[in-house]
Ligand binder design. Structure first.
Ligand code: SAM
Length: 230
């Protein structure tokens, strides 16, 4: 059974999708989709041999080798130009997701939708999407097994109508859609992030080293969090 996290990620793929799952690990997500959608075709990309072999095994065990293509390689380099229209990158840090997208920009010309599930540093992915012609069309936050996950969907913006989005840093931090419609998990996450940051700030200050920039950043984030928790 696919995790609730990945089921939610999968829910954003179009019917009959031609997609890539980058950092696919066991290839659970592409197999789940292709088992229930006869039209769907997937490429599962993996940089590491171990997970790559696990992915091959899963695909073979479900007899999906003709619809899920497992490829070994770094990020979007496993893709040919114009091969997919949707991309999933889940379960990694936001900075890594951002660099995978950035390094693979030439593979994105035909890509209409990018679905990401960053574990941390979500703001990096949001700002990358917005500065690379995608608009944020969906964001969800959910809790599973004591972890809180965010899923972010970016859709290719219509070039003619797209006025460059001007989101504030604070909106990128919380997610513009999540913060305008906060649910209990959102509040839970930010209460916990507030205590983590407060503790870290305390430590940095005690250490009495010169981390002025870092201290300012933490203080700003703590103010933001207090505002949304009010
Ligand atoms: N996407 C799956 C999920 O959400 O459950 C697996 C997440 S797993 C924590 C991250 C996977 O990404 C690992 O299997 C790792 O080998 C792979 N990975 C890390 N960097 C990568 C890169 N640059 N290109 C492709 N795969 C990468």
């Amino acid at each position: 059974k696919l995790s609730r996290r990945l089921t939610n990620v999968a829910s954003f793929l179009s019917p009959g999708s031609l997609f890539a799952d980058i950092g696919s690990d066991h290839a659970y997500l592409p197999c789940y989709i292709c088992l229930q959608d006869n039209e769907a075709r997937a490429i599962a990309g993996e940089i590491n041999e171990g997970p790559y072999l696990s992915a091959c095994k899963t695909v073979e065990s479900y007899q999906l080798t003709n619809v899920v293509d497992v490829r070994l390689g770094d990020g979007l380099e496993v893709l040919n130009k114009n091969e997919v229209t949707e991309i999933v990158i889940a379960g990694m840090g936001g900075s890594l997701i951002k660099s995978i997208l950035d390094d693979g920009r030439d593979k994105l010309l035909n890509v209409k939708r990018i679905i990401v599930q960053p574990n941390i540093e979500e703001q990096n992915v949001r700002s990358w999407l917005l500065s690379n012609g995608f608009k944020l069309t969906n964001e969800i936050i959910l809790e599973e097994n004591n972890h809180i996950y965010e899923i972010i969907v970016g859709d290719k913006a219509d070039e003619i109508n797209s006025s460059k989005s001007t989101l504030e840093e604070k909106q990128l931090f919380f997610g513009p859609l999540l913060m305008s419609n906060p649910n209990p998990v959102f509040y839970k996450k930010w209460r916990s992030e507030h205590s983590k940051r407060a503790a870290t700030l305390e430590q940095i200050k005690k250490a009495n080293t010169l981390h002025k920039e870092k201290i300012r950043q933490f203080e700003m984030e703590l103010d933001w969090i207090e505002e949304v928790l009010q």
